[in-house]
Design a protein around this ligand. Structure first.
Ligand code: FSX
Ligand code: SF4
Ligand code: F3S
Length: 390
């Protein structure tokens, strides 16, 4: 559905109210709805449903807890480069309790949490940021006299859904780095069930926003994999969509930071890039909405697998990644990016959706080589893997 059709389906008054409520133009709002639908790979018509839900539905109450972490998840939401992102997040949800953003302190803050939980019993979304220390009865993290374990269980009891944000809450993250002195555990482990989670250190704010928008629009969270990760964001290896994948296939690697290969933008595998064993959509939707290459590998640093349990904060940064299986990339983008060209959120989201749709393609057009040659990726990647081993 295009923006004009969606706009026709929303009455003029609703659009006007939206413009003043969000402080963004109706065009920007409609682009946002299209981008959210594309990010989640939803079928045609979902963008209109999203627009209607954001425009008219009551914002879900959100209780946001902080445990063992650096607050980077919250920072990544609110310090985004794109001026409308934090506005959208704060508009789409009703953030009724958030320790970092609250003006209130002490007893007042605790009273506000209890009041919000009572007023929205059974309907609020509980967002958990940070790992939960479980050793020695959880004494390593206490808030308002309660341990993180007690607080989490109390808040989860009457929540409509619990979402873990960031790697710490999703699987222990950085605080669980061996030898894990505090017994840092995930929210799911403490609650004894798989819960939806959005790993990453920090996670991409668009993945969080898309998850919340799905909840608002359809009354349920998006489909998740066996680890609880939304499939729209975590079903593909970073290596599959990486802009340096052509170099990997051709056996061109940076071997040291600052060497010729590194300066030329070659594959970072030999510097310890964990893209081949990390599932996330970082190369497709990027970070900060600032355009091309705004993600770790794009800036010249190997992916450390920050979103992947057993990889990030567990495997040494410069240890070689295990190449689990050789899958074809969804396309070969330009190897040398033109400077100063920004990618819009819509364009990035569309890339993500197209990437999702292209799963299983056997032959790819090698656009990056500039000749439009069809190559047998499986064969090339196998040869590359041999070169990697040698
Ligand atoms: Fe920090 Fe969040 Fe990392 Fe953890 O993000 S960015 S340590 S995932 O819980 O604040
Ligand atoms: Fe990209 Fe890393 Fe894979 Fe190389 S190893 S193609 S840098 S994800
Ligand atoms: Fe993290 Fe790797 Fe993405 S380090 S942000 S999962 S590229």
């Amino acid at each position: 559905m295009d923006e004009i059709t969606i706009e026709r389906n929303l009455d003029a008054l609703a659009m006007e109210k939206l413009e003043s409520r969000l402080g963004i133009s109706r065009r920007a709002f409609l682009q946002f709805c299209v981008a959210m639908a594309a990010t989640m790979g939803l079928p045609a018509g979902a963008d209109a449903a999203i627009a209607k839900a954001v425009a008219s539905k009551k914002r879900p109450s959100v209780i946001w807890l902080h445990f063992q972490e650096c607050t980077g998840c919250t920072e990544s939401m609110l310090r985004a480069e794109h001026p409308t992102l934090e506005k959208l997040i704060l508009d789409v949800i009703s953030l009724d309790y958030h320790e970092t953003l609250f003006a209130a302190a002490g007893h007042q803050a605790e009273a506000a949490r209890k009041a919000a939980m009572k007023a929205n019993k059974g309907k609020y979304l509980l967002v958990v940021e940070g790992a939960i220390p479980t050793k020695n009865n959880g004494i390593y993290c206490k808030i308002g006299g309660q341990t993180a374990i007690e607080l989490l269980k109390e808040c989860a009891a009457d929540a409509a859904a619990v979402v873990a944000i960031g790697s710490c809450a999703s699987w222990g993250g950085m605080p669980s780095t061996p030898p894990n002195p505090t017994g840092a555990s995930s929210a799911g482990e403490v609650l004894g069930k798989v819960i939806p989670n959005i790993p990453g250190c920090p996670p991409n704010p668009y993945n969080f926003l898309a998850t919340v928008v799905h909840f608002l629009t359809f009354g349920k969270l998006p489909d998740v994999d066996e680890l609880g990760r939304p499939k729209f964001a975590y079903s593909r290896l970073i290596h599959e969509n990486c802009e340096r994948r052509a170099h990997f296939a051709a056996g061109r690697f940076a071997k040291e930071f600052g060497d010729e290969g590194h300066r030329k933008g070659y594959c970072l595998y030999k510097l310890g890039c964990k893209g081949p064993e990390t599932y996330a959509n970082c190369p497709a939707i990027l970070f900060g909405d600032v355009g091309n290459a705004s993600w770790p590998v794009g800036t010249g640093h190997p992916c450390i697998g920050c979103s992947e349990k057993g990889i990030g904060f567990a495997k040494p940064i410069h240890a070689l990644a295990e190449i689990r299986f050789v899958t074809p990339p969804t396309g070969f983008p330009h190897v040398i990016e033109e400077q100063g060209k920004g990618a819009s959120l819509g364009a990035a989201a569309l890339t993500a959706a197209i990437a999702g749709a292209a799963v299983g393609a056997g032959a790819m057009i090698a656009k990056n080589i500039g000749k439009g040659v069809k190559i047998d990726e499986g064969d090339t990647a196998k040869k590359s893997a041999e070169r990697v081993e040698s």
